[in-house]
Design a protein around this ligand. Structure first.
Ligand SMILES: Cc1cc2nc3c(=O)[nH]c(=O)nc-3n(C[C@H](O)[C@H](O)[C@H](O)COP(=O)(O)OP(=O)(O)OC[C@H]3O[C@@H](n4cnc5c(N)ncnc54)[C@H](O)[C@@H]3O)c2cc1C
Length: 312
């Protein structure tokens, strides 16, 4: 991934709307489509690498979107104040690749629910997208100093073992992270549960990295991923004495990332794990890792990327 030249460093980047059009559509496999988005404004998109997230904004009408844009950094207050039927639909995605010199950004979208008519607005939009379609993005105008906005990937420098695991929605982030890993050789294990074997992709792996694609093939969500993560942690020697089970999290989307990304516990144990996917599966992983295996919580980022049965 190429990063934009950033002449000025600020603590917190500004969130900004970016106008774009679809430049290319490429089917990557049964469950994924890659959309290349372009537009002059994307030359200033401040991607910071790793699992950089951004928002796809699907306007219901131009007036609603203009109201948000007019509010600048205060757009979210305006968004909340809008009647539901006027609010643009906003969904979170990962920057798969960015080419500022060409003002281009790639996003890999999971085509969930298309076949059975249960797709959400973002998947439906992506499934029907053709070159020339307009879209709006919300993202950072620069990476900023310190921990970049919208990036959770933050292994402590001393981590010798890295584990990345997730479902299909985490594929773009895991692939982007793997492709950008540099530095001293480390043990890197990536586990990705995808709907079908045909969803496996070619990824340029760094030295010392292994990537396993786990095809669900109709089995329950997480049924391939959870045991594979468990086994990988035992193999890596990350699991230790079982601790007290972690306090349960409620029904809200689980998002538990080491404070400030420092991963202090991780530094102590020499490991760092990044886990993302369906919220219930991530919750199960949290229970198994922290409660059963005694993995220090500060060494793991747990991220519910979406929740079965809940929109947005
Ligand atoms: C930080 C972050 C990064 C993400 N990056 C990506 C990415 O790069 N690519 C990507 O495809 N997704 C990514 N996601 C997940 C994506 O935001 C959700 O899948 C989102 O809900 C899709 O919106 P929608 O409008 O299609 O469906 P929604 O309107 O949100 O949901 C409609 C219905 O579909 C279900 N649903 C939603 N997503 C899925 C799914 N993947 N599989 C099966 N059922 C689903 C919901 O439970 C709901 O019942 C990311 C999420 C986060 C938080």
């Amino acid at each position: 991934m190429t990063l934009a030249a950033q002449p000025e460093v600020v603590a917190a980047p500004a969130w900004q709307f970016f106008d774009a059009t679809v430049a290319a559509v490429r089917r990557l496999g049964p469950s994924f489509v890659r959309l290349t988005l372009t537009g002059p404004e994307l030359a200033g998109f401040g991607a910071a690498g790793g699992d950089q997230r951004f928002k796809l904004v699907l306007p219901r009408d131009d007036a609603g979107l203009d109201r948000l844009r007019d509010r600048g950094q205060d757009w979210y207050r305006e968004f909340c104040a809008m009647p539901e039927e006027q609010r643009p639909v906003i969904r979170t995605y990962t920057v798969r690749a960015v080419r500022p010199e060409r003002a281009e950004l790639d996003v890999d979208v999971v085509l969930h629910g298309i076949a059975d008519g249960h797709a959400g607005p973002a998947a439906s939009w992506a499934a029907a997208a053709v070159p020339g379609d307009r879209i709006v993005l919300l993202g950072p105008d620069r990476p900023g100093s310190g921990r970049p906005w919208g990036v959770e990937w933050a292994p402590p420098p001393g981590a010798r073992s890295l584990l990345l695991a997730g479902d299909e929605t985490a594929v773009p982030a895991v692939c982007a992270i793997l492709e950008s890993l540099g530095g001293p050789p480390r043990s890197v294990t990536a586990l990705l549960e995808v709907p079908e074997a045909g969803d496996a992709m070619n990824v340029a792996l760094p030295a010392g990295a292994t990537l396993r694609w786990l095809a669900r093939d109709g089995a329950p969500r997480g049924s391939r991923l959870v045991p594979a993560v468990h086994a990988a942690l035992c193999e890596l020697g990350i699991a230790s004495t079982p601790a007290a089970p972690p306090e349960e999290v409620g029904d809200e989307l689980l998002w538990e990332v080491p404070e400030g990304g420092s991963g202090d516990d991780g530094a102590a144990s020499g490991c760092y794990a990044w886990l993302a996917g369906e919220a219930g599966v991530v919750k199960t992983l949290r229970r198994r890792l922290v409660g059963d295996l005694g993995v220090p919580r500060g060494a793991v980022a747990f991220m519910g990327y979406w929740k079965l049965g809940a929109a947005g």
